[in-house]
Design a protein around this ligand. Structure first.
Ligand SMILES: Cc1cc2nc3c(=O)[nH]c(=O)nc-3n(C[C@H](O)[C@H](O)[C@H](O)COP(=O)(O)OP(=O)(O)OC[C@H]3O[C@@H](n4cnc5c(N)ncnc54)[C@H](O)[C@@H]3O)c2cc1C
Ligand code: HEM
Length: 407
């Protein structure tokens, strides 16, 4: 990302106007976002095929997109400050197959939404400055994403867009988690991926007017003749059940075909680093972590690994035998389980939520690399425990199974 390129493409007056109005836009964030999605789907209903419609129905329109535009606008003369966010979002966009020609559509509707919401406050000068700023921001995303498309299409076994995969095995891993083994329908090669990365599955559900795209982390190690995803069934608990997870659990069978995008994502194990590795997961957050475990024992057989898994109880503890088997075969791995609500007779190393004291018993010191993933509440709690443990922030890595939020 070229600093100068961005700086010279906008005049100082535009930069000043944009920066000065970010707080006003952010203040009306909710209203602008709501109007933006209304306009977007009204003018481009085909985009319902790619945006998560459950989020829309829940009235919890993802604010992430607009908020990132504001954050970028705030740093419009030094976009490299938000480079990590741009990379992370670009991975998601690439995985969703977002195209350069869709950027003006988002831009136009976002600008309409700003104008509609702010009314007279949004003067022509302000609107024109935002139009220019959006173009600059969009250009940066498009460029980063083009590089990613290039990379995945030139990788051995790689592809862009969606490729049909056959479900070759469907295996129940727990009361709520089922694994799907996927092989390319074209019998071609599979690309290498980094453990921790995800794919996007396109669900074409009979009777549904639109497709549904969802990300699933690859739960097996790279270098196999298949991909594996392990999916938690999102049951209805006072609200509708999860659309895609239930489709996969209840309707997709061995032999069926699923369109899938190439692996991506910036959350992955660094196998060049040899500090003790601490892998912590909560519930279905174990999928990327499990791939890391399977990889580290192959690639770094001397690296100490501490694998900690938290689950509600034994009924929903998936991939347990696989982990036990790895630990039995590899003396470098120590495993720990923690159940928050064990059933009578369940065996775990700890009962309750992970505490600082228990974590200190599990791992040798705070000088380790920590990777974690789980439900939002679990991650928030864990982040505060790791803060108390004084683990340097650059040694802490995590993934959200939804839009990124501040922990
Ligand atoms: C990078 C990444 C990796 C991921 N990896 C995995 C993985 O390995 N395994 C896995 O299982 N998942 C994973 N996910 C999550 C996955 O992408 C889906 O979000 C998940 O399967 C739920 O999708 P769904 O279509 O079943 O539910 P959706 O239809 O999207 O619904 C989401 C939730 O909202 C609830 N809901 C529906 N309607 C309402 C309403 N009106 N009010 C309140 N709540 C409502 C549903 O019951 C459900 O719990 C990952 C996500 C990301 C971003
Ligand atoms: C500069 C413009 C854009 C910015 C700043 C932006 C930002 C974001 C952010 C922050 C997320 C959440 C990432 C996460 O899940 O962690 C996101 C997701 C997403 N974006 Fe973008 N985006 C832009 C343009 C676009 C365009 C042009 C499209 C396609 C029309 C698009 C489609 C999506 C979709 C489908 C998601 C997944 C969320 C969902 O399904 O609701 N985005 N974007």
């Amino acid at each position: 990302m070229s600093h100068n390129e961005v700086k010279t493409s906008l005049d100082p007056k535009t930069i000043e106007t944009v920066k000065a109005t970010v707080p006003v836009l952010a203040e009306h964030g909710e209203a602008i976002t709501k109007r933006f999605y209304q306009l977007l789907f009204q003018n481009h209903p085909e985009l319902k095929n790619i945006f998560n419609q459950t989020n829309q129905k829940r009235g919890r329109q993802p604010r992430a997109l607009a908020n990132t535009v504001y954050a970028a606008a705030q740093h419009i003369d030094q976009l490299e400050v938000i480079e990590p966010v741009i990379i992370q979002v670009a991975h998601k966009h690439r995985s969703l197959n977002i195209k350069p020609e869709q950027y003006p559509i988002v831009g136009e509707n976002l600008l309409f939404a700003i104008k509609d919401t702010l009314g007279d406050q949004a003067t022509d000068d302000i609107m024109s400055a935002w139009e220019k700023a959006y173009k600059v921001i969009a250009e940066v995303f498009i460029k980063v994403e083009q590089e990613m498309y290039h990379e995945v299409s030139h990788q051995t076994g790689g592809w862009t867009g969606f490729r049909n995969f056959k479900v070759t095995r469907k295996v129940q891993e727990s009361d709520v988690i089922t694994s799907f083994y996927l092989k390319p329908e074209d019998h071609g090669l599979l690309p290498a991926f980094n453990p921790g990365q995800y794919i996007t599955v396109k669900a074409e559900i009979p009777g549904e007017p639109y497709t549904h795209l969802r990300q699933y982390s690859l739960s097996d190690a790279p270098g196999q003749d298949h991909f594996r995803i392990s999916v938690k069934r999102e049951d209805s608990v006072g609200h509708p059940e999860g659309v895609v997870s239930n489709f996969l659990h209840k309707q997709v069978e061995e032999g069926d075909v699923l369109p899938v995008s190439a692996p991506g994502g910036d959350f992955h194990l660094d196998t060049e680093n040899d500090k003790p590795l601490v892998l912590i997961s909560g519930g279905v957050g174990q999928t990327p972590i499990h791939s890391m475990l399977k990889t580290v024992v192959k690639k770094q057989p001397n690296r100490p690994v501490y694998y900690i898994h938290a689950a509600t109880n034994d009924d929903v503890h998936a991939l347990k035998q696989e982990v036990q088997h790895i630990a039995a075969e590899s003396s470098q791995v120590k495993t720990f389980t923690c159940y928050s609500q064990p059933n009578k007779g369940d065996q775990s190393d700890y009962v309750g939520y992970i505490t600082l004291d228990w974590l200190k018993e599990c791992i040798p010191s705070s000088d380790c690399e920590i990777y974690f993933c789980g439900p939002e509440g679990f991650m928030k709690h864990l982040k505060s425990v790791l803060y108390e443990l004084n683990v340097p922030s650059q040694q802490i890595h995590y993934e959200f199974f939804g839009p990124h939020v501040d922990l």
